[in-house]
Write a protein that binds this ligand. Structure first.
Ligand SMILES: [Mg+2]
Length: 425
């Protein structure tokens, strides 16, 4: 059952959406593109579509998904730029670090959207607006003047995202529950997160054509149209309720291990850490979850406890999580001068059931990242299957030294991540 928390006049979330993200990054990096209509394309051909368009291009009616031959008709002077995902990922991290100066990021929704939880006095509208303004100024001054964002502030994450769509570019809007549906009446049904084309069609078929009509139907009716509890949830989300899922919802997956004296040297302990991580990651996959946060803590020989955390776009593959854990590890080890580690704990959290995920908003934008992720997820699953069949650590990533074989029983170790096909060769 869902626990509904009441919060009529409260603001709980700040949602930030970067405007025309890929195009803005290109404009920031390449002065010749500044103030010009730009379309970002996956390949340099007219037979592809824009995966992003600058505001100057949008003024001509070019948007994400517009075919380039069409875009050239709409705007003959449009400049096509081949997508450079490395740059977008690099800026993503820079922007996250900037936002983090003003408020911690709770959820990274996509490469260009994040959600932050308001706490204490931040729930006050004036305070929340101040944070939003500081973020905007910070991004302009420290990241680049072409990088702009729209920020929405609201009682729940859904409405905060909706509020971020109210004003573009460079928007800042606050939505209270009482403003619904009036303030969003002009949106199409499919402008709302969670209503895709297929759902819009189903709603239309049930005679619901507008936001007002959607707002007027009962939770039961919504459930019927959706065909599952998600419909009922939507009714509450639309009213600004925070829905905390308390149905046996798992919050974390963790493993900790007290090291035997012979494994306590930092270099060996790192291998044990990776082993624990792979164990947690494989559990994560078995339960069909993604996580978007990882924490790693160690207790040293002199009982010092050090902890590091990392946030990332949701993942469940060994490669991504290993990279994140290794990053934290390196930072922790650098921090103090110690030689031995007694205990290691790893926790994966911000878990999200795969079946609960909303359709990817940035599928097209993120093709390369998505492809890579799929590839690594599949590889990780293959490893799980082999390990289930032949015993723990039959296959693993990276070498585990002979000395700790007894700890984890390695038989085969890859020193790099092989392509999936190699399993068949
Ligand atoms: Mg955006």
């Amino acid at each position: 059952m869902n626990k509904i928390l009441n919060n009529e006049m409260i603001l709980n979330w700040l949602y930030l959406d970067l405007n025309s993200y890929f195009a803005s990054v290109e404009q920031q990096l390449q002065p010749k593109l500044q103030n010009k209509p730009v379309a970002i394309v996956p390949t340099m051909t007219d037979a592809t579509c824009a995966i992003a368009a600058s505001y100057e291009a949008k003024a001509y009616g070019v948007k994400t998904g517009t075919m380039i031959y069409e875009a050239k008709k709409l705007c003959p002077e449009i400049i096509c730029v081949q997508a450079n995902h490395e740059n977008y990922v690099m800026y993503h991290h820079k922007i996250l670090a900037e936002i983090d100066k003003y408020i911690p990021i709770e959820i990274i929704s996509s490469i260009d959207e994040v959600a932050c939880k308001l706490i204490g006095s931040q729930k006050n509208e004036a305070q929340a607006r101040k944070i939003a303004k500081n973020i905007k100024i910070g991004i302009q001054e420290n990241i680049g003047q072409y990088i702009r964002c729209s920020i929405g502030i609201a009682p729940n994450r859904f409405l905060a995202k909706t509020a971020s769509n109210l004003e573009k570019p460079d928007g800042l809007q606050v939505l209270y529950s009482k403003d619904i549906p009036d303030s969003i009446k002009h949106f199409k049904l499919s402008d709302l997160t969670g209503i895709g084309r297929a759902m819009e069609y189903r709603l239309n078929k049930s005679g619901i054509l507008s936001i007002q009509e959607l707002y007027n139907i009962s939770p039961k009716h919504m459930r019927k149209i959706w065909g599952n509890v998600q419909g009922e949830k939507f009714w509450y989300m639309l009213r600004g309720k925070e829905i905390a899922d308390i149905k046996t919802e798992r919050k974390t997956i963790g493993h900790s291990h007290v090291l035997e004296p012979k494994w306590r040297l930092v270099e060996l302990a790192e291998k044990v850490m990776l082993r624990l991580l792979l164990k947690a990651t494989s559990r994560l996959r078995r339960m069909d979850y993604y996580c978007s946060r990882l924490s790693l803590s160690i207790r040293t020989e002199n009982n010092l406890r050090l902890e590091g955390k990392s946030r990332f776009y949701r993942a469940c593959d060994n490669k991504k999580l290993q990279e994140e854990a290794t990053k934290i590890w390196v930072q922790l080890i650098k921090k103090r001068n110690f030689k031995q580690i007694k205990k290691i704990s790893i926790t994966l959290y911000n878990l999200k059931k795969k079946s609960d995920l909303q359709p990817e908003l940035f599928q097209n934008f993120n093709k390369k990242i998505t492809l890579d992720t799929n590839r690594f997820e599949k590889l990780s699953k293959t490893m799980d299957n082999i390990n289930t069949r032949f015993g723990r650590d039959s296959v693993t990533i990276g070498g585990l030294p002979n000395k700790i074989k007894s700890f984890s029983g390695t038989r085969i170790a890859f020193t790099r991540i092989p392509d999936r096909q190699e399993f068949n060769e």
